[in-house]
Structure formats: structure tokens, C-alpha cells
Design a protein around this ligand. Sequence first.
Ligand SMILES: [Zn+2]
Length: 428
Amino acid sequence: MSEGPLTVKRTTILSSVAILSMVLGGCSAAEPGPTEAETKAEQQRQQAEAQETERVQSVKAEVNRLADMYDFNAAIKLVQDDANEQLSSMVAGLEEEKAATVAWESPDRIPHLFFHSLVVDTRRAFDGDGQAQGYKDYMVTQDEFAAILEELHERDYVLVKPTDFARPDKNGNMKYRDIMLPPGKKPLVLSIDDVSYYEYMDGDGFADKLVLTKDGDVRNVYTDAEGKEHTGAYDVSTMVDDFVEEHPEFSYRGAKGLLAMTGYNGLFGYRTSDSQYPDNKNMKQDKETAARIAEAMKEDGWVFASHSWGHIATGTVSMERLKRDTKLWTKEVQPILGDTPHLIYPFGSDIARVGKYSGARYQLFKDAGFRYFYGVDGTTTAWMQQTDDYQRQMRINVDGLQFAKEQRGDRPVLSTFFDVDEVIDKAR
Ligand SMILES: [Zn+2]
């Protein structure tokens, strides 16, 4: 891809040299050479040809990327009316691939795995200080996550967005939708909780924050034990970005996952909360940066969810507290991330057991615009509930506690997705 423009330039230079020598040769030998107009026309013809070759290559690459991600309609649309035979002739093959997909057999049984920020430096995270056990219990390491990704991919899982399988119809009623995949492929939702790079994690071997590079890529900044800064993929979202880039067939139509965001420590490592950081001299800039990161991530297949502003136990705190918290979310987080219909309960603190939602808490969330709700259940591979009003799904925690439960043979669920013994980090 990157040699595209270079190749064109090289062709142009060569043809100019060839033409120049033709012109000079013509002069010295006094033979009738091409007229100036002919030379110019030839030059333009070659330039147009090179441009067309480059265009065809880039459209082909995009069509292949879309088709790899099972977005056959978008791929077909790109080429069906193209004057170039090479491109329009791709339609038949794309139609064939599309016809070979099947609707996922159980739209109401789609599993959901969630992670927290990844431990990059196990030595600093598991150093025996007050936080070490918490990190062991609730986090996974970068090596563990890399191994899990490989295995999910190997087992034919494909990342989907909640709106791929459930969406309000034209009457506003929530309905299941077909996920069209080649036979054998299985949909999976992934989410990441607390992508705030909380203050308490500082210096403990995690990424510091997300940044937007000059090229518009979202990356992590990570400071190693020696204090040296690195920019790259040091957490879940950036590692998934790289993995999907390499394996587009791991993503359904560009889907990546959900990010459960709180507000009290700001967003993505930027201390954007007015109420908590009244002295942040960089506030305006930090908010702008966070908004640009959010925008780039949304374009790249990520979906934002509220995880409450203050990481409160949504199911049990007083209504007053819940109202206050929801106001803070609307005031401090929503303007940066944009509206979201997704609510991921902190601590998995759901507002009802398996029964359907009703009552004041639900009404408050409904009024705040939430229609997709996510609890935690680490004992079953998939649980969903749908009413006209909302979609609800349970998530499986992937962390040290779940690894230990799995290894005890206590209601194992992770074995459906990967083998804990294979992925577990020896540094634990
Ligand atoms: Zn959380």
C-alpha cells in the first residue's frame, strides 16, 4: 500500500526522461520527432493510466477489507457501478460469498467477555504492595490478553456490536437482528471497563493514557520502570485495534467493543472532571484531546457506555445518590463522549435480578436515554433479556478471580472461549 504513490512518481520520472531523450534525439538527428502537442498528450495518457492503476489497487484493498469483515453489501456497493472491468467483475464473487453466510442461530445467546486495563509490567503490578492483590484479582496481563485474542480468533469468534444483534425497529421496539456470518463463525461482544487510567494505578506498570497520533491513530503512552516513555499498544483497545488490522475476519463489519467509562478521574488518562480537578490548568486542552480520541475510536468501531460517573453501586445506592451521579455523567462526560444508550453497571450492580425491569431506578435510566444494560454473571456463557423497551446482557469477567474459579473446576465458563492453563501468566 505505502509504495503506491512512490511507484507512480517513479513511473512519471521515467516517462519524462524517455520523452526528453526522444525530443533531444530528434533534434540532433534532424529526424521528424513527435510534436510538442503529441509529447504532452502521451505524457498525460501515461499519467492517467498510472492514476487509474493506483485507484483500482486502493479500491480493491478496501473491497477485500470490507469482505473480510463480512460487510458484503458495502463491498459490492463500492464496485458494482464502476467503469473499470477489473472492479465491477468482483461483484459476482462477493455475491457468492454473501450467499454463503448464515444467520447466527441463537441471536438471544451471544456471549460477552469483559476486561480491565492490562498489566504491562508484572513486576511493578504484583510487587506485594496494597494494590497487588487487587490487580491479580481483577486484571489480566498483556501476555495473557495476547494469548486470549489468539485463541478466540482460532476458535472462530468474531467481535460484534450490541446494535448488530438488537436494535429498536421503526416503531421504537427493541428487536433482535440477524448476524450474517460464514458457517462456523460465532459472535462475541467484548468490553473494557474503566478506561480512565485511574490515579491509583500510576506507577504500577499500566499504560498512562491514550493519545491520538499525527496519523490519527489511537495509541497508548506507557512509562517503563526506568521512566522511559513508549507509544504503542499497551492496553486492550489498542491491542484489539492492531489484531483486527492484522485479522479483519475477527471483526463483524468493523466492530471492536464497548468501553465502560466513568467520570470522576476523567477520561483516557486526561483529568477532565471539572468538579474533581478545578485546578487543572490544561482543562480545555484535555477535554478537546479526550473528545478527539473518543471521535477517532467511534469511527474505528468502538462504542462508549456509561459506567456511572462515580463508579457507584447502581443497584443499591439511594435514589438521591443515583440522581446526583447521573447529573454528573450528563454534565462532565456526555459532552466529551457524546450520547450513549449503553449502561454497564459498576460492580455488576444490576437494578433487578432475572425479572424484567420496572420502578424508579429503571425510569431514571430510561429518561437518561439508556436502552442497553449490562450486568455481570461469570457462571453462564450467555444470558440476554429483551423487552420492547430495552436489551439486557450479562458479561463474563475475565480476570484472576475467574481464572482461579476455572482452575478449581467451579462452574467453568471460560473454557468455551480459551484454555486458562494455556494463557495464564507465570508471573501470577
Ligand atoms: Zn468498573
